[in-house]
Design a protein around this ligand. Structure first.
Ligand SMILES: Nc1ncnc2c1ncn2[C@@H]1O[C@H](COP(=O)(O)OP(=O)(O)OP(=O)(O)O)[C@@H](O)[C@H]1O
Ligand SMILES: [Mg+2]
Length: 516
């Protein structure tokens, strides 16, 4: 017989005995009654050596679903599928697959450090008598954990911590990741107070498919894994469990793709923060505090995001002209929307250094830029952005990854030519990938590689022409400058000469006057 069943039967026997006792208690002589009452609890303890803990589905706080309950449900979903005979399948919000749970009143046993415990899902009908802003269903359910009282310390300590940790890990593993974007603040009310809107994140990019030099790739992956396992380490050194990455390089070199690969590797949600729609630093702080643990906060094109005031002002003036006919409410909203963003560099820095450290949990912050030289050194100094990653033009190693991804090719006679050509010219992985993509279903790998060679040669030729043109224009500029300088010199000389002539002329006329 299982623990739970044993406990339940013993429990019901004791309950029946107690029930009979309360009926006949009044007929007992007072002295005898006193002794029975005194030893009743000890008797119960003696005959019922089990302890039960109840885990309610909802918390008292706004009737929210209890996180502990959800963790237990996930934990038991793995135990019950092998253990229980009656299971229930249901879809859980944000979960990738159906979650299997034990059916009502079905018992699941578990073992931890040699200790046997039992779990039962209990459902109770309730009748709601009062009006509530948080209407509850008529059913209440809870998990009941039963174990022998001699294991009390282990079960309430290490075992429950283990269940919650495992359960949370299973929930995270099973969770559908989300891509979040910030709502403009004037729309927070419309979006029921939510600052972020989300869609399901299903980007296929991984570090395996990312075209990058293997050494660099390995370094980044190791860095991320070390970070994800570093809770104790960060606590020990007294540093917030956060890490900043700066991805820089020309357009089409894989910065955004790398962010997707990071999210897939770490299983983190992405929070894509559009700074230009954030009104001010206070709003920025609210948005960032609202990001949960295990998230990647992304600010793309950071060089453009912090300096848009001029551009937005122009837009605003233009909008004002267009809006003359519109109704006042709409006009006001649009006016607010076109207000220049007042997010400042110091606001962002304060957040990275200050508030960020205060809210616990692992977070990555990733900035991307095409122009690293344009960034304020204060923003990218080490400690704020822990790792600077340059994503550059496609090298031969990166090309091999793309050839494997797009054409299933490990080697080919044309690879040598491509290696040579890629060493001579700059081509982004995006362009290489575009050329490797077969134009039709029947197109062979051979012809794709030839297309690529042609494209690289064209790019090389264009780069050569561009360099020549630049050289010519530079030469012409220098010549024009020299000419202008010469002309200036001549003009100066002429001026000097005419001044001298004037002096001479004045001298002569004065002398003539004297003679007169
Ligand atoms: N390193 C890479 N590995 C694999 N694919 C790549 C890589 N770089 C670019 N690509 C391909 O090119 C496309 C554009 O790349 P991506 O958007 O990541 O570039 P980016 O560096 O973010 O550019 P931008 O600076 O314009 O935002 C991607 O969809 C991807 O298919
Ligand atoms: Mg990008």
């Amino acid at each position: 017989m299982r623990i739970g069943e044993m406990g339940a039967q013993l429990g019901s026997v004791i309950a029946s005995v107690m029930f009979v006792y309360t009926i006949f208690r009044q007929y007992l002589p007072p002295q005898f009654r006193y002794y029975v009452d005194k030893y009743r609890h000890k008797l119960v303890k003696l005959f019922y050596p089990y302890i039960q803990i109840i885990f309610d589905e909802n918390t008292n706080e706004f009737r929210r679903r209890s996180e502990v309950y959800s963790a237990i449900q996930s934990y038991l979903s793995t135990k019950s599928s092998t253990n229980a005979r009656r299971l229930k399948a249901h879809d859980v919000k944000d979960s990738k697959s159906v979650v299997l749970a034990i059916d009502d009143h079905e018992e699941v046993t578990d073992e931890f450090q040699g200790i046997k415990v039992s779990w039962v899902l209990v459902k109770r009908e309730t009748r709601q008598t009062s009006f509530s802003f948080y209407p509850q269903s008529d059913e209440k359910q809870h998990y009941k954990l039963t174990f022998h009282r001699r294991h009390r310390n282990v079960v309430t300590g290490a075992y429950l911590a283990h269940v919650i940790k495992e359960g949370k890990a299973i929930t995270v593993g099973n969770r559908q990741r989300k891509l979040n974007v910030n709502n403009p603040s004037q729309n927070w009310y419309t979006y029921r107070g939510t600052m972020w809107s989300h869609v399901v994140f299903e980007h296929p990019a991984t570090f395996e498919t990312l075209a990058l030099h293997p050494k660099k790739k390995e370094e980044i992956v190791n860095d991320l894994i070390k970070f994800s396992k570093g809770k104790e380490y960060y606590a020990k050194i007294g540093k917030a469990w956060k890490r900043g990455y700066l991805l820089y390089g020309p357009p089409g070199t894989g910065k955004s793709t790398m962010i997707a690969a990071m999210s897939n590797l770490m299983n983190y949600d992405v929070y894509d923060l559009e700074l230009t729609t954030v009104k001010d630093n206070t709003e920025l702080r609210k948005l960032l505090i609202d990001t949960p643990s295990k998230s990647i906060i992304v600010i793309e094109d950071i060089d453009c995001s912090l300096d848009l005031t001029g551009q937005r002002k122009k837009k605003k003036e233009k909008d004002e002209e267009d809006n003359e006919e519109k109704d006042p409410v709409k006009k006001k909203m649009e006016k607010e929307e076109s207000q220049p963003s007042k997010v400042t560099l110091s606001g962002l820095l304060n957040f990275i250094d200050g508030i960020w450290s205060a809210c616990g949990g692992e977070r990555l912050i990733v900035f991307t830029t095409n122009y690293v030289d344009k960034l304020d050194p204060a923003l990218i100094r080490r400690g704020r952005m822990d790792k600077h990653i340059e994503l550059s033009y496609c090298c031969y190693e990166a090309f091999k990854v793309l050839a494997r991804n797009y054409l299933d090719l490990e080697s080919h006679e044309l690879f040598e030519t491509i290696e040579r050509l890629l060493g001579e010219t700059n081509m982004t992985p995006a362009d290489v990938a575009e050329n490797l993509m077969p134009n039709s279903v029947t197109e062979e790998a051979d012809s794709c590689l030839k297309n690529l060679i042609e494209a690289i040669e064209t790019a090389k030729e264009e780069a050569r022409k561009k360099a020549e043109e630049e050289e010519a224009s530079k030469k012409a500029e220098e010549e024009a400058k020299l000419k202008a300088e010469k002309e200036e010199e001549e003009k100066e000389k002429e001026k000097e000469q005419s001044a001298k002539d004037k002096v001479k002329c004045n001298g002569t006329s004065a002398k003539e006057g004297d003679v007169k």
